[in-house]
Design a protein around this ligand. Sequence first.
Ligand code: DQA
Length: 139
Amino acid sequence: RPIYVLNGPNLNLLGVYGTTTLADIEEAVRARAAAGGWDVEFHQSNHEGVLVDRIQEARTEGAAIVINPAAFTHYSIAIHDALEAAELPVVEVHLSNVHRREAFRHTSYVSLQADVVIAGAGAFGYEMAVEHLLRTLEG
Ligand code: DQA
């Protein structure tokens, strides 16, 4: 059973301003998942439909999902519906504490379908998400 780690729009720009890149996050996540014997499918897309496709793929594979939908968090009913249809374990991750930011970031359509929500822990939030899955699921 693989872990799908899905990243939404603009997350490919991580590292342009800060120091941690998405590649760094991928490496850390892979290391932690491998220690528990899990494979990782790591993706980033700027396109809503591509993320929906990946969620459907995860559904077919019976995977677990770690998702940072980025801006789509706050308005994508399509991603909400794909997660609902998938009926898989879902951990929602945000690098920043979205609740300390603009009001439009306080709503998450994805949280309605998430078992766990992690926000504000930076890149480490992804590792926390994988750790949660390793503790609660069998590989
Ligand atoms: C984000 C928070 C979102 O509000 C924002 O649009 C992002 C990144 C985060 O990881 O903190 O792109 O998901």
